[in-house]
Design a protein around this ligand. Structure first.
Ligand code: NAD
Length: 257
């Protein structure tokens, strides 16, 4: 028996990075996994590899959310787990509050916060119909501390933290749990993009840019996508049955700063 045996799960942003590691791990632990993403080739390849399904989905498309959840309930008879992992970093070069463009601000909030809101709102009744389950929202460590070069990203992720508490509060009596995960520096495409941009901003090499960030991490190393996926597995499983509304940092101690 796996730790999420026969549970039905949706993972947005499941084609890349943390979402992909989570899709693989939940599947290994017995879940019936549907990956959704705007990245079709990678999503289809991963779904084929883990024996799951792939749906092409932009998380900002409200109407599509209803189709995705209804389709999964029709196929599997229930929905127990939603992992909202889709996200973007936005423009880090012009990321400070006085520089960030309104277009970038809206784009970052649309995907990171509105997409997570739409997922929670659409999935909650389905998870309730299933007799309870778990929604896991991927926020960020920067939701909990100042992020001078990423005002839009930090604001969107702080919004995800508060949304998580609202969802947890409303869902608690029906055992619709909702928790937020706050990664620090995790080795994915997004982090490479961030360090490339920060290298240009700081006029230093990619390695030096990464070293500046690593200085803030007491454990002195980057995390792996699997480090986050193991936390999500715990929160998705019944092992966390009495846990809701809580923030979980996976950051090598960055939260100690
Ligand atoms: N990597 C880190 O260090 C780090 C730190 C803190 C938080 N996070 C968060 O973790 C989550 C996963 O990030 P990652 O590092 O794995 O990045 P990633 O870029 O590897 O993966 C993000 C995925 O989201 C998908 N996506 C982007 N826009 C989408 C949209 N509109 N609709 C559907 N899918 C969309 C991308 O195609 C990609 O597959 C994000 O929410 C990110 O903000 C990452």
């Amino acid at each position: 028996m796996g730790r999420v045996q026969d549970k039905v799960a949706i993972i947005t942003g499941g084609a890349g990075g943390i979402g992909a590691a989570t899709a693989r791990l939940l599947s290994q632990e017995g879940a019936k996994v549907t990956i959704t993403d705007i990245s079709q080739d990678a999503g289809e390849a991963l779904a084929a590899d883990i024996g799951g399904d792939f749906i092409l989905q932009d998380v900002t498309d409200e109407a599509l959310w209803k189709d995705v959840v209804a389709g999964i309930e029709a196929k599997h008879g229930a929905l127990h787990i939603l992992v909202n992992a889709a996200g973007i970093e936005g423009d880090m070069i012009n990321g400070a509050p006085e520089q960030v463009s309104y277009d970038d601000w809206k784009r970052v909030h649309a995907i990171n916060l509105d997409g997570t809101f739409l997922g929670c709102r659409t999935a909650m009744p389905a998870v309730r119909r299933a007799g309870g389950g778990s929604i896991v929202n991927i926020s960020s460590i920067v939701a909990l501390m100042a992020s001078p070069n990423s005002a839009a990203y930090g604001s969107s992720k702080a919004g995800v933290r508060h949304l998580t508490m609202s969802v947890a509060h409303q869902g608690a009596k029906d055992r619709v749990r909702c928790n937020s995960v706050h990664p620090g520096l995790i080795k994915t495409r997004m982090l490479d993009d961030i360090h490339s941009e920060l290298a240009r901003l700081r006029n230093v090499s990619f390695e030096d840019s990464r070293a500046v960030s690593l200085n803030r991490v007491p454990m002195g190393e980057l995390g792996e996508p699997e480090d986050v996926a193991y936390m999500i597995l715990y929160l998705a499983s019944d092992e966390s049955r009495y846990v809701t509304g809580a923030p979980f940092c996976i950051d090598g101690g960055w939260n100690l700063n």
